[in-house]
Design a protein around this ligand. Sequence first.
Ligand code: F6R
Length: 241
Amino acid sequence: FNIIKVNNEQQFNETGAGIIASLLQTNPRAALGLATGGTPVGVYQHLIELHKQGLVSFKEVRSYNLDEYIGLAEDHSESYRRFMNEKLFNHVDIDLNNTHVPSGVSGDGHKAAEEYTQLLEQAGQIDLQLLGLGHNGHIGFNEPADELKAATHVVELDEVTRKANARYFNSIDEVPTHAITMGIGSILKAKQILLMAKGADKAEIVAKALKGPVTTQCPASLLQLHPNVVVIVDQDAGRLL
Ligand code: F6R
């Protein structure tokens, strides 16, 4: 791993955004794999700044998000489609038709997952896949399990994941029980992976994922098999490295 330890939130966001921006400067037609959650919000804000300064364009970028809740309408305040539109897409020059988030409202999650798998196959290799890290080691919504799936699929969310994400809802009961996520195979196919984690509550899982055994019980540990992973952590999350 190429591990970058930063000193503060601003550096965290600038470093992440900088890596994405320089990719787009050399390859304006790049395919980006994108994540939601708290971790990338500041990164997206900084990318918007860079765009406003005329330093980066998304005009020809194609994007593929990792996951989506099942059962939340696209305009629901917590749907990942809405998150992406509000936190990034609406503020840059990306063509919304070139942005892709799995559909959580098709009525048939398995079919939607299959369609997303096909879409990814047609897309070819993702140039850079941005990842956050769940407290249980999940990436995308690939939760710890005896077996992991390679392709996009429907998952039942872990209780810890629903609890962690309940902060965005009125109560945990409103957090969907299922989601659609890219599989580990699709994630590992990306040319480059950018894993980002911040905060003391991520320190243990960061160390487990990067230095522990490669095991399906910690899906992020499979990143140890990928030849080109950049990790950005703040001092808190990187404390045990
Ligand atoms: C989001 C995603 C999740 C999050 C993870 C960390 O699209 O796939 O794996 O990256 O749950 O979430 P935060 O960043 O909120 O700590």
